[in-house]
Design a protein around this ligand. Structure first.
Ligand SMILES: *Cc1c(COP(=O)(O)O)cnc(C)c1O
Length: 359
C-alpha cells in the first residue's frame, strides 16, 4: 500500500502527515548534526534546544507563562493517577474526584490504594457514564478536585470548566489542545501524549507554581514532582524522540490557526460523523446531546452482527480503529486533531451508504 489510510484509533493515534514527513526528512541526520534525535545525548545543546522549543510552543498554545512548569514524564497518564494523590493530598485532607468513566475510576482507585481520604464529588455511573455531572458535592477539607475533561471510552466531554475555589486538576489526555480552554483555571493538567499530541511513551504534566508550594518533599525521588521540576524535566533520561515529535505537533497546530483554528476544523470533522448518526435511526449514540465529545464518537448499530459487518466493510475502504473499546462494545470513531478532514468526511459518507444498504 502506498497511500495512507483513515486512522480512527483511540490511541496511539493518527499524527499529522506534515509532521511525519518532516521527522522522516530529519530522521537520519538531524539538521546536519550528523546524528538522529534518537541517538543524541539528552545533555547536548541540540537536544536542550528541542525540549525548550517543545515546552515554549505548548505554553504559547495554552497562553501560559512562567507561573507554570511543563514536565515530560515516563509511565503514561496512568502513573499520574498515583503521583497526584501522593504529592498533592496530605493525610489530613480529602481528595475529591468526579467519576465520569473508566479512566476517572482508575484515577480515584489509586488515591484509595494509597490510603488517602477520597470522596466522589459527582458521578455519572447511574446512567452508564453517558453524561457529565453538572452538580458537585465537594468536601470542606478538599485537597483538590480531579476531573477528566474528555472520556475517551464513553465519548463524553466537558464543554465548560468547573468553578471551584480549591485546586483543580484535570486528566486532559484525549482532548488536549483540541480547542481553546482557560488553562489558567487549572492548577495541574496532564495526559498521555499518544492521544492528541504525539507518539506513545510519555505523559505531559503542566503544573502551576502556586500548587508547587504544597508539595511535601517526602515522596520517593522519581515520583516526586519536585525532582522533575528542579531539573527541567531531565532528572533522568527523558523520552527524547517523543518530546521531539510533540514539539513538531505543537508547531503544526500553531501553523494551522492555533487552538481557534483547530477547534473549527475539529467541529467540522465531528459534524460529518454526528450528522450521519443523527440523519437516521439506524445509528444510535449513547451520549446526552450537550455532552458529546468532539474527539471520541461512540455509536451503535441495530445489532452486533451489523456492527461486525460495518467494521469489516469499513476496513475494506481503509478505515481502521472503528471498533468500540472492549469494555463497552459497539463502534467508536476517534477524530483527533491530526485526522485529516477528508477522512472524517469520507466516514460520514460511508455511514450514510451503509445505513441505506443495511437499514
Ligand atoms: C488513554 C487514557 C489514559 C491512559 O493513558 P496511558 O498513557 O496509557 O497511561 C488516561 N486517561 C485518559 C482520559 C485516557 O484516554
Amino acid at each position: 500500500m502506498t497511500e495512507r489510510i483513515g486512522i480512527f484509533n483511540a490511541g496511539p493515534a493518527v499524527l499529522p502527515e506534515e509532521v511525519l514527513l518532516e521527522a522522516q526528512k530529519d530522521l537520519f541526520n538531524y539538521k546536519g548534526c550528523g546524528q538522529s534525535v534518537m541517538e543524541m545525548s539528552h545533555r547536548s545543546p541540540v537536544f536542550q534546544g528541542i525540549i525548550d522549543d517543545a515546552m515554549a510552543r505548548l505554553k504559547d498554545l495554552m497562553g501560559l507563562g512562567d507561573d507554570y512548569d511543563i514536565l515530560f514524564l515516563l509511565g503514561g497518564a496512568s502513573t499520574q493517577f498515583l503521583m497526584i494523590p501522593m504529592n498533592l493530598c496530605p493525610d489530613d485532607k480529602t481528595c475529591n474526584y468526579v467519576n465520569t468513566g473508566t479512566w476517572a475510576t482508575k484515577a480515584l482507585k489509586e488515591a484509595k490504594k494509597l490510603g488517602k481520604k477520597m470522596h466522589i464529588a459527582a458521578s455519572s455511573e447511574d446512567k452508564a457514564f453517558t453524561y457529565i455531572p453538572k452538580e458537585m458535592d465537594i468536601t470542606d477539607d478538599a485537597a483538590y478536585l480531579h476531573i477528566t475533561t474528555n472520556n475517551t471510552i464513553r465519548g463524553t466531554e466537558y464543554h465548560w470548566i468547573p468553578d471551584v475555589n480549591i485546586p483543580l486538576i484535570a486528566d486532559v489526555s484525549s482532548n488536549f489542545l483540541s480547542k481553546p480552554m482557560d488553562f489558567k483555571k487549572f492548577d495541574m493538567i496532564y495526559g498521555g501524549a499518544q492521544k492528541n499530541i504525539g507518539p506513545a511513551g510519555m505523559a505531559f504534566v503542566v503544573i502551576s507554581k502556586k500548587i508547587q508550594e504544597k508539595l511535601p518533599g517526602n515522596v520517593p525521588t522519581m515520583l516526586d514532582y519536585k525532582t522533575h521540576i528542579s531539573k527541567g524535566s531531565m532528572f533522568n533520561t527523558p523520552p527524547c524522540w517523543t518530546i521531539y515529535i510533540v514539539g513538531l505537533v505543537a508547531k503544526w497546530i500553531q501553523d494551522n490557526g492555533g487552538l481557534v483554528g483547530i477547534e473549527k476544523i475539529n467541529k467540522e470533522k465531528a459534524g460529518y460523523i454526528y450528522n450521519a448518526m443523527d440523519r437516521t435511526d439506524f445509528y444510535s449514540g449513547p451520549v446526552v446531546f450537550e455532552d458529546r465529545s468532539l474527539m471520541n464518537i461512540p455509536f451503535r448499530l441495530p445489532t452486533e452482527e451489523l456492527e461486525k459487518k460495518f467494521i469489516a466493510e469499513a476496513a475494506q475502504e481503509n478505515f481502521i480503529g472503528l471498533k468500540g473499546h472492549r469494555s463497552v462494545g459497539g463502534c467508536r470513531a476517534s477524530v483527533y486533531n491530526s485526522l485529516p478532514l477528508k477522512w472524517a468526511q469520507k466516514l460520514g459518507h460511508f455511514m450514510d451508504e451503509f445505513a441505506k444498504n443495511n437499514g
